[in-house]
Ligand binder design. Sequence first.
Ligand SMILES: [Zn+2]
Length: 383
Amino acid sequence: MEYNWGRKEFLHQLENLELLISREKDIRRKLYLEKVLDTSNKLYYETFVDFPKPKVTAKQRLTNILDSHFSYGRYYSIVQSFFNNISEHIDTIDEISNKLERIDPDGNFDFMNTGATITFENTLNLVKEFYKRFDSELYCYFLEVYGDREYSLRYSKLPKEETKTDGTTLFIDGVSKNFITVYETNPLSTYICTIHEYGHAIANLINPEVSYADREDLFMEVAAIFPELIALYENNFDFETIQVLYQMYTNLVTYVNSAEYLCLHNPILNAWADNKHIMSNSFFKQLEEFYDMDEECFEEALSTTIEDEGVYVISYAVAMELLHIYRTNKKKAIELFKRFLKYPAKEDILAFIIENIPINKHIGEEANIVLNNFNRELKKRRY
Ligand SMILES: [Zn+2]
């Protein structure tokens, strides 16, 4: 089977949605579907029409961060506590990353490569098998998306400008259609990425209005990251141990780095206010003197946002807490996960999380497991 949906399939669904709207008698439903159409049209342009991204000045980015800091204050504190809880392991992370640099200066990680390849069809079969073992109710939703894979799934090479290996999942409610893109990398990453994207697709079918709700919600990635963590933890299909541990390690490091930059937003904003909102020499001097922040670090912090990278940090923190529960009580963890997925789109999801999942409580412990396991495996191989 070819997996390569494109412009044609997407436009076809937009037409179906328009037809649905014209026939809809219920005015509230009609308004909602019009909103879906509007959002999906934007998605269409972002996906298929290439237009140059406008250049954003440093001042504009600072203003955006100031706005986000104001609207997402509660989420910034989750990131801060995530970082505080992990900070005692920063030395170990540095130690491992130095070691990796010595083993593999080019960063190709060929030392882990077994040369094994696997077809998409086989990857998909593994993903199907994974969801079947994961949970019978979620598996039914999985089958719904999977059955339509000829028109809703595509495998593509990782675009050059893209550094993240994440795929994407677009969703059009009303016609209940997911469009999944998975990037093709090594066998393990492709498998994990497919699980991740199907996690989004399942969540979209269970609770279609979430994508279109105006709620403040930075937990969107939990639906995808939790199954991803379980797939790595269970390793049902005997992927090479070192590769699995490496993937867990890089996940952790990526999110710790993002968290560190996000934690710099507060001092940057303070220094900016101290300097009358002018990026003067004294502004940069203050950052350098008090926070040891050079220009490169400042630039990185400015291009890391709570809406983009923060979502992953926050969702990862929740997913790791669910994994912690899963270790001793699989059933409980999956029930909690399903309650999370089904939580009404109009209600405050943060309240649900705080009440039911002790976010960041065991993240230090979990990070320690990830780092120790990977380090031990490296030592076993005399690295
Ligand atoms: Zn995702």
